[in-house]
Write a new protein. Structure first.
Length: 117
């Protein structure tokens, strides 16, 4: 069972993702409401996968992604954001993200992407 950390400032989004993942044999080991807490929890929990929003207070997702990659260059991070612009996708992938899911997302697509890691 893959262990997942969900990082998103919207409680509703964290709850939605958690429900989808738990229904599909993933274990949600932690949640964070901003990038700073996300990086701390990554270091503490060492999850198999991180879902990471881009637009968040305190520390945005791209900065958090870089922080996670500094801790573990092999981290499996999937960006999940409504910011589907090509520049964000490109910057995320260049910084080490394994994939990018655009909100609103399709449940089956989320499960497929995370299962591919």
């Amino acid at each position: 069972m893959k262990r997942v950390l969900i990082v998103d400032d919207a409680a509703f989004m964290r709850m939605s993702l958690k429900k989808i993942l738990e229904e599909n044999d993933f274990e949600v080991v932690g949640e964070a409401e901003n990038g700073r807490i996300g990086v701390e929890k990554y270091n503490e929990l060492q999850p198999d996968i991180v879902t990471l929003d881009i637009t968040m207070p305190e520390m945005d997702g791209l900065t958090a992604l870089k922080g996670i990659m500094a801790i573990d260059p092999n981290a499996n991070v999937v960006m999940i954001s409504a910011m589907g612009q090509e520049s964000y996708v490109r910057e995320s992938i260049m910084a080490g993200a394994k994939n990018f899911i655009v909100k609103p997302f399709n449940k089956a697509h989320v499960v497929k992407v995370l299962n591919s890691l």
